[in-house]
Design a protein around this ligand. Structure first.
Ligand SMILES: CCCCC/C=C\C/C=C\C/C=C\C/C=C\CCCC(=O)SCCNC(=O)CCNC(=O)[C@H](O)C(C)(C)COP(=O)(O)OP(=O)(O)OC[C@H]1O[C@@H](n2cnc3c(N)ncnc32)[C@H](O)[C@@H]1OP(=O)(O)O
Length: 206
């Protein structure tokens, strides 16, 4: 179930990624759907058919890696199915991670499916981004481990439908502790900031 390697071809990865893209769009559409009952009933039937088509192929093993720290290229593929940043998980918004000098950057726009306060991103979604982004940023030390604490200051509301730039960088690395700091900018203004402690643990090796 928690495989760290996969022999999936590029083509297979592409069709899987496209599947989560469709599902992601459907989730967003479902939040702001104002259709007649008849239309929704028809949609429900078609979705039920899709579930039936998928069911025989559902196994206890993922097609792709659960965790792959040695990934080259797309940093989101360190955890392709991450609930926060996985491009193969429809629950995750299409956030894009990239390395920029000594910072790890996460760029994303959130839609209605992620709304907390009116027209703003839910605070728990913001916490999720920090947790994932900072965990991956901490991996630049060559070590990794679970989050012991994650503190967030919500300075200003974080708007939906706007380009968010999350940043994370290593603040301290000592023995088995890694402290990572982060902030999120909207049009150059800091709206939230964060600090997390990671305790280094042996990583999964199967
Ligand atoms: C891509 C992500 C990579 C992250 C790698 C993570 C795991 C690797 C496995 C698979 C990787 C795959 C993907 C990972 C998935 C998601 C990534 C996001 C990360 C998460 O979403 S992860 C979920 C939330 N996370 C938890 O579910 C942790 C539950 N928890 C525990 O498992 C223990 O609590 C633990 C291990 C944290 C510590 O336990 P422990 O027994 O190893 O260590 P101990 O308690 O002895 O503390 C040692 C020293 O840290 C100090 N210390 C401890 N806690 C502190 C605190 N809160 N504040 C201040 N200091 C603290 C002590 O004071 C002591 O300090 P000193 O050495 O100076 O005395």
């Amino acid at each position: 179930m928690h495989n760290t390697n996969s022999d999936a071809s590029d083509e297979h990865r592409q069709v899987l990624k496209k599947l989560s893209g469709h599902l992601r769009n459907i989730i967003e559409q479902s939040i702001v759907l104002n259709a007649p009952d008849k239309v929704i009933t028809d949609i429900n039937k078609q979705l039920a058919t899709i579930e039936t088509i998928m069911q025989p192929y559902v196994t206890d093993k993922r097609a792709l890696e659960y965790y792959n720290p040695n990934v080259r290229g797309d940093l989101n593929d360190i955890q392709p199915y991450s609930a926060v940043s996985g491009h193969y998980n429809a629950l995750a918004a299409p956030i894009k991670f990239e390395q920029q000098q000594d910072k790890l950057i996460g760029r994303v726009k959130y839609g209605r499916a992620y709304e907390g306060p009116p027209n703003c991103v839910h605070g728990a979604i913001i916490a999720g981004v920090y947790d994932q982004l900072m965990a991956i940023a901490g991996m630049a030390t060559g070590k990794a481990g679970p989050t012991a604490y994650l503190n967030i200051d919500y300075h200003k509301p974080t708007p939906l439908f706007e380009a968010l730039e999350f940043q994370a960088w290593i603040s301290l690395e000592r023995d088995n502790k890694i402290i990572v700091k982060g902030q999120c900018l909207v049009q150059g203004e800091v709206v939230t900031s964060s600090e997390a402690l990671f305790i280094v643990k042996a990583l999964l090796n199967k």
